[in-house]
Write a protein that binds this ligand. Structure first.
Ligand code: S3P
Length: 477
């Protein structure tokens, strides 16, 4: 089967309504008002954990078997680890034959990370700790994202980093990194709660003589820490008295291959959750979603907004906490979303702003400046699209306030007051595309989203799965 089919076809079901090539090229989709969203929806594997499984599996001694790996385009970009001399079986990366902490080789071509910010930044950390050199490139969106936040600390650890002269000040791809020999242990105080920054430094530190420590203003997703432990290393994590999170790892250990079961992605589940909450007569179940506390801020937020979301069947699968989520249509109301929750739902603000637009009252989101440096400036792009749909929205550098369109009635069988009838440019941002397709499910007139191929980076089969549950997402001719 060609690689593109595995990336693009519905990931685990073959729903009848939608052609299998729904997301196969840069075309537009139209989402129209639907009756309800119902049934069980099997969300694909977690993107963050899938990247880490490929990367840490490559650095381990022995064969790592991965089940549930996300077959999204971003994770396929991280398969460029093969260019570093790692043997990864099958396009799905089901088996990784690790080469150990010193076994990578210099690639003979640049690593093209496509749209994958996590893959790029984590692999930069890996290269910084090796006696090899690699260049990194990416698509137009990744090439506009700041990389100095990662390469500056790696330079402090001894890596040599070079950007093109015209991109040097901003630190934009392409970049070439030569690993430090030996790499110095870091004691890095990050001003941003970012798992990508933290992970890159920890990965470089795996080859340092001594302990590498990273402190972040509050805890960001800790999948790297958990997986390093799963591979046999000791990783210390402390929440300091002032709320900062400190993590440390001692270098020159050894990663031992261990099987990994990737749980289903809460950031992808977010779209189905909001679709069911805002569409009347809906009731869905999402089995086996990761319950990592640093990933589920949206669930608490939607519950505070009056959403009927319940968790059951908590269990450990493959070393990860998972649970089933049940969601029913609900009348939502606006709330203040605390800044301290931002790191645990950073990828969910676009779809939260859709829920907020369908709620009554104001939803005020603070401490969200990081949204401005994601695949797009997500505050600006969501604000512009929502305004065009008739929603009032205010923004500052690090806040977004959405005035809900619901007048506050109790009738949960009424559709929203969203006008819709617009064409949204996804600007090559998967979460923008899925957010506006979700809004189309309750808008008076359909919403068309252009350039939806980007959805396959994180949620292959999104439209097919949602249509199977009752959505009306069709190819726009
Ligand atoms: C990720 C970390 C987050 C998140 C991204 C995935 C990860 O980025 O937005 O989608 O897997 O480490 P930051 O580290 O920039 O916050």
């Amino acid at each position: 089967m060609p690689e593109s089919d595995l990336i693009l076809m519905p990931h685990n079901q073959t729903p009848p309504q939608t052609p299998a090539d729904l997301l196969s090229s840069a075309f537009a989709l139209r989402s129209s008002i639907c009756q309800s969203i119902n049934g069980e929806i099997l969300i694909p594997g977690d993107k963050s954990i899938s990247h880490r499984a490929l990367i840490l599996g490559s650095l381990a001694i022995g064969t790592t078997r991965v089940s549930g790996l996300l077959k999204g385009a971003d994770v396929m970009s991280t398969l460029s680890a093969r260019q570093l001399g790692v043997d990864i079986d099958s396009v799905c990366g089901g088996r990784i034959h690790g080469v150990g902490l010193h076994g990578l080789t210099t690639p003979d071509a640049p690593l093209d990370l496509g749209n994958a910010g996590t893959g790029a930044r984590l692999l930069m950390g890996v290269i910084a700790g090796q006696r090899i050199t690699a260049s990194f490139t990416g698509d137009s969106s990744l090439s506009a994202r700041p990389m100095r936040r990662v390469t500056d600390p790696l330079e402090e650890m001894g890596a040599q980093v070079s950007y093109l002269p015209e991109n040097n000040a901003k630190g934009l791809l392409p970049v070439t990194i030569s690993g430090a020999t030996p790499v110095l242990p870091a004691d890095y105080h990050s001003t941003i709660a970012s798992a990508q920054i933290k992970s890159a430094i920890l990965l470089a530190g795996l080859n340092a003589r001594g302990t590498t420590k990273v402190t972040e203003p509050h805890i960001s997703r800790d999948h790297t820490e958990a997986m390093l432990r799963h591979f046999g290393l000791t990783v210390e994590q402390t929440i300091l008295a002032d709320g900062r999170h400190e993590v440390s790892v001692t270098g020159e250990g050894q990663l031992r291959a261990a099987d990994i079961a990737v749980p289903r992605d809460p950031s992808s589940a977010a779209f189905a959750m909001v679709a069911a909450l805002i569409t009347p007569h809906s009731h869905i179940t999402l089995p086996g979603i990761s319950m990592n506390p640093q990933r589920i801020g949206l669930i608490a937020t939607l519950q505070e907004m009056g959403g009927s979301l319940s968790l059951s069947n908590h269990r450990i699968e493959g070393g990860e906490d998972v649970a089933d989520i049940e969601v029913r249509s609900s009348r939502l109301h606006g709330i203040d979303v605390p800044a301290l929750r931002a790191a645990s739902m950073i990828d969910e603000y676009p779809i939260l702003s859709i829920a907020a637009a369908c709620a009554s009252g104001k939803t005020h989101m603070v401490g969200v400046s990081e949204l401005r440096v994601k695949e797009t400036d997500r505050i600006a792009v969501m604000a512009e699209g929502l305004r065009r749909c008739g929603v009032e929205i205010d923004e500052t550098d690090d806040t977004m306030t959405v005035l809900g369109t619901n007048s506050g009635g109790d009738d949960i069988s009424a559709h929203s007051a969203i006008a819709g009838g617009v064409i949204i440019a996804s600007q090559h941002d998967h979460r923008i595309a899925m957010s506006f397709l979700t809004l189309g499910m309750v808008s008076k007139s359909p919403i068309i989203v252009e350039d939806v191929s980007t959805i396959a980076t994180s949620f292959p089969g999104f439209a097919a799965l949602m249509n199977h549950a009752g959505a009306k997402i069709e190819r726009q001719s």
